[in-house]
Design a protein. Structure first.
Length: 129
């Protein structure tokens, strides 16, 4: 575990890799850049990562308010900038591009399928037939 940027955020090696993927993917994007101060962008990227992996639920230091306080910015700023990042990268909860393996594997939606007529059914029901 390491302490990121002196913010008191505990990260595993997997977190470092996945957060690095998020940052690299964002900066490879050719449009929809957020024109903001570095503190705002850093806070927003950390918050996006925290949301994808539900880190804020188990560790208060990953909460939006805690990130904002640590960086000396407003929570609303983190919220606004993170939504722009979320939209620019078309991020989804449990996003396998940026989620920890255990989080991506726990995506409940992978157990369902949408039929051509629009009905959503559990995959195990279709496999029984």
């Amino acid at each position: 575990m390491c302490n990121v940027f002196g913010l008191g955020l505990s990260m595993t090696d997997e977190d470092k890799v996945q957060l690095g993927n998020l940052v690299e993917t964002y900066f490879r994007k050719r449009r929809n850049y957020v024109n903001s101060r570095i503190e705002n962008l850093a806070g927003a990227l950390l918050w996006v990562y925290s949301r994808i992996n539900f880190l804020f639920e188990h560790d208060e230091t990953w909460s939006q308010k805690s990130l904002a306080d640590s960086l000396g910015i407003r929570s609303k700023t983190i919220s606004n900038v993170s939504m722009k990042i979320w939209d620019a990268l078309n991020i989804d909860l449990f996003d396998p591009r940026f989620a920890r393996k255990n989080v991506a594997d726990s995506d409940y939606r992978k157990d369902f399928i949408m039929l051509p007529n629009g009905f959503i059914m559990p995959k195990n029901i279709l496999q029984k037939e």
